[in-house]
Design a protein around this ligand. Structure first.
Ligand SMILES: O=C(O)[C@@H](CO)OP(=O)(O)O
Length: 403
């Protein structure tokens, strides 16, 4: 028996005028997802517990079977683990984005033009983060380069209690209201201001501007946290598993849960990711001694944040055609019985360009069970109409594996 989670990050949405008032899930051609919905159990599930931020951290922990109320210790430490940073219990970490701010005389007067600097390449960002660290590093403070615009700041012998805003929540808005506050607010803001001076004339940025791309004009800190402690997935569920994702957050959850984190060449975390490669990596894992795979695709979420309507629809179609179809095909070819949980972690509605905490539509399909069809397609509306509602997202893994 094989267990598969197919997770489209931020896939759920609201009706979009440009799509004829359909959601991207309604507009997309996705025969495999619709087949699962026609033959599986369909409903809505709340992945974000009351009082928690609607992030991919809390939501993916839930889907992976870990109650955020018990296991959530912040986002950046999960990413730090994936980057390979040895965290001490007294370390406090922050996500460090490279961002593009608008030109302004004073830092406080700028706006958030782009939380990702046009998804700056890892090669360029590594040069910039190492350069900044040469200026910032001391016995209490260290910057570590990660992937693309996602990096990590570690403060030694520190405490939590800073109040920061994710930059993808304030796209296009003036930053004044959203600058760091709380315990390390002044320190973080000082580094952000200094980074703007240091990055201004950097050759990497000059070359980006020449190529018509957004330069990295500042660092932006958020996602505070401390060393995570997850129980072993294998001990919890009695099966060996792996995770396929392009982003450090999900890879970090995998490592902390004792799951294998698979690197797929060309997996980028955006619409240009290697969808086929991810599907093949899942098949390879399931054919080589692993009974569980969690396939995470970041692209629909990025398209939501960037307000890329067509790309969001297309990313759902590519998940369906290049990942879900081949995985289902391989399981049938091998004569394997299998269960699939299909769902997003949270909605990232195109209209608001950020996450919401609303319940998301799910399908739980078992290759060996055939009952009365629940619904005709996999959509937000039809999933809601079945009347099945799961209050605690972290129980979905029990439903998938334990039945
Ligand atoms: O990694 C990030 O910075 C954000 C935005 O892309 O990811 P998510 O929306 O999945 O939290």
């Amino acid at each position: 028996m094989k267990y598969i989670v197919m997770l489209g990050d931020g896939m759920a949405d609201y009706p979009v005028a440009q799509l004829g008032d359909q959601t991207p899930l309604e507009a997309a051609k996705k025969p495999n997802m619709d087949f699962l919905a026609q033959n599986g159990t369909v409903g809505m599930v709340k992945t974000i517990p009351e009082g928690y931020p609607p992030g991919s951290d809390t939501a993916n922990l839930s889907v992976m079977g870990y109650d955020p109320a018990i296991y959530y210790s912040g986002r950046s430490p999960l990413e730090a683990v994936s980057i390979g940073i040895e965290l001490q219990p007294s370390d406090v970490t922050f996500r460090c984005n490279l961002v593009t701010l608008s030109d302004a005389q004073n830092y406080e007067q700028a706006s958030m033009v782009d939380y990702s600097c046009d998804e700056i390449s890892t090669e360029e960002s590594t040069i910039l983060v190492n350069y900044l660290n040469d200026h910032f590093k001391n016995e209490k403070c260290n910057l570590y380069p990660g992937i693309s615009y996602r990096h990590c700041l570690v403060l030694k012998d520190a405490k939590t209690g800073s109040d920061c805003t994710p930059p993808h929540d304030i796209s296009g808005r003036p930053i004044a209201e959203y600058l760091p506050k709380g315990r390390y607010g002044d320190l973080l803001l000082d580094m952000m201001k200094r980074s703007r001076q240091l990055l201004k004339d950097h050759p990497v940025n000059k070359a980006r501007i020449e190529r018509g791309l957004h330069p990295a004009t500042s660092v932006w800190f958020w996602g505070e946290g401390v060393k995570p402690a997850l129980s072993s997935f294998e001990e919890k569920y009695g099966i060996k598993g792996g995770v396929i994702s392009a982003v450090d957050l999900i890879k970090g959850i995998a490592i902390c849960a004792g799951l294998k984190s698979v690197d797929v060449p060309g997996a980028t975390g955006n619409i240009h990711t290697n969808f086929k490669g991810k599907g093949q990596a899942a098949i390879d894992l399931l054919r080589n001694g692993y009974d569980f795979v969690y396939i995470h695709v970041e692209a629909p979420d990025e398209c939501g944040h960037r307000h890329e309507i067509e790309n969001k629809v297309r990313s759902i179609e590519k998940i369906d055609e290049e990942i879900l179809g081949p995985v289902i095909g391989a399981m049938r070819e091998d004569g394997e019985e299998f269960s699939i949980l299909l769902m997003p972690d949270h909605p990232t509605p195109l209209d608001i360009r950020t996450h919401t905490a609303e319940p998301v539509p799910f399908v739980l399909y078992r290759s060996f069970q055939h009952g009365t069809p629940f619904t005709s397609r996999y959509t937000e509306l039809l999933s809601g109409e079945t009347g099945l509602f799961v209050e605690n997202g972290y129980t979905m893994m029990d439903r998938l594996i334990k039945g």
